[in-house]
Design a protein around this ligand. Structure first.
Ligand SMILES: [Zn+2]
Length: 118
């Protein structure tokens, strides 16, 4: 494995999820060993308008063809396995996405200000 993708002691986990409309196959990476099962459904910039109200919204800007509004619904059973107390945190939906958590692989590791969640 390419050493650029090693964290401190962790090796990145990578997986691909097809969005709700089926047009995009989006790759994720995570140093926390989150599996694809953590995501119940993914919505790309073409289908995020169809995301349910409870979805986490991710706005991507400055990455050209990847720019747009994405949405994720989480799998509660897997979140509970990762962190049994997760619902006690006020921003738990946002807390599972970002650097050192689960992130779109098209967001470069050093990129700043290219996505916003909430
Ligand atoms: Zn889509």
């Amino acid at each position: 494995m390419d050493s650029r993708f090693r964290g401190n002691d962790n090796i990145m986990t990578r997986f691909t999820i097809t969005c709700f409309c089926g047009r995009k196959h989006i790759k994720f990476r995570s140093p926390k060993n989150y599996s694809a099962g953590v995501i119940a459904r993914l919505y790309c910039s073409s289908c995020s308008k169809k995301a349910p109200r409870e979805a986490l919204i991710i706005e991507v800007t400055g990455l050209y063809e990847y720019d747009g509004r994405y949405a994720i619904t989480w799998n509660p059973a897997i979140l509970a396995a990762l962190d049994p107390q997760y619902r006690a945190r006020p921003r738990w939906k946002e807390d599972f996405f970002g650097k050192r958590k689960l992130i779109f692989d098209f967001i470069p590791p050093g990129a700043r200000g290219v996505f916003r969640v909430g």
